[in-house]
Design a protein around this ligand. Structure first.
Ligand code: MC0
Length: 181
């Protein structure tokens, strides 16, 4: 254990604090990069993720959360609550200069965010939404790579555009929404 720790410390001190050297090594090295593993055998990349569309935050009280963003953080563009019965949520959008927050509150009996709020009583980041050009193509590609899509077909999301969710257990613990723009 002691030897492992000593090796780790030496490794970190040599490599972490000599970024220039590390960069030089990477430049000339023929060894694969750290992410070039065989986790995903099919490495073709026919589509690319686009901008961050929004970060969704599940909240126990929409009014109080919207007030927080306006009265504490000074947000100026805050929408009215919009019911999304097809998704089992009510949403409030908070527009920032470069992206949006989407506050989510359960709607109806079988809301997909009910369990999440049960486990996270004061709320928390629920998902991130990333833009793609062609949702069917993106969906096909990620499913081919073994990622579970949470619906068979895209649904129309809160912006009136097709969306699909990807299982958080397949995405490093993050629920990812793809939205066609
Ligand atoms: C309006 C629209 C839009 O933006 O356009 C929306 O936002 S709709 C936003 C709401 N709609 C959706 O979220 C649709 C997609 N979501 C779903 O299908 C579901 O919520 C799942 C993600 C499959 C979770 O389902 P459910 O709550 O029944 O299962 P569960 O509680 O047993 O969770 C299974 C495991 O996933 C984890 N888990 C659950 N929700 C998570 C989340 N948001 N982020 C990260 N991990 C999460 C749990 O902790 C658990 O892990 P452990 O097993 O380790 O404990």
């Amino acid at each position: 254990m002691h030897t492992i720790r000593r090796f780790t410390n030496t490794f970190i001190s040599r490599h972490h604090f000599t970024p220039l050297l590390t960069r030089q090594i990477n430049k000339f090295s023929t060894t694969p990069t750290f992410y070039d593993s065989n986790v995903f055998k099919n490495k073709s990349i026919p589509f690319s993720i686009g901008k961050l569309n929004h970060i969704a935050i599940a909240v126990p009280n929409l009014q109080e959360s919207a007030a927080f963003y306006r009265d504490v953080l000074g947000a100026q563009k805050i929408s009215e609550p919009l019911e999304q019965p097809d998704h089992g949520v009510t949403v409030v959008f908070i527009e920032l200069n470069n992206t949006k927050f989407e506050l989510l509150h359960p709607l109806g009996e079988n809301s997909p965010i009910a369990n999440f709020l049960e486990k996270n009583k004061s709320g928390g980041i629920h998902h991130v939404c990333i833009e793609v050009e062609d949702i069917h193509e993106a969906m096909k590609q990620v499913v081919d790579k073994g990622i579970r899509a949470l619906s068979k077909e895209p649904k129309i999301g809160a912006h009136g555009k097709p969306v699909v969710f990807l299982h958080p257990k397949d995405c490093n613990g993050v629920l990812i929404e793809l939205e066609q723009v």
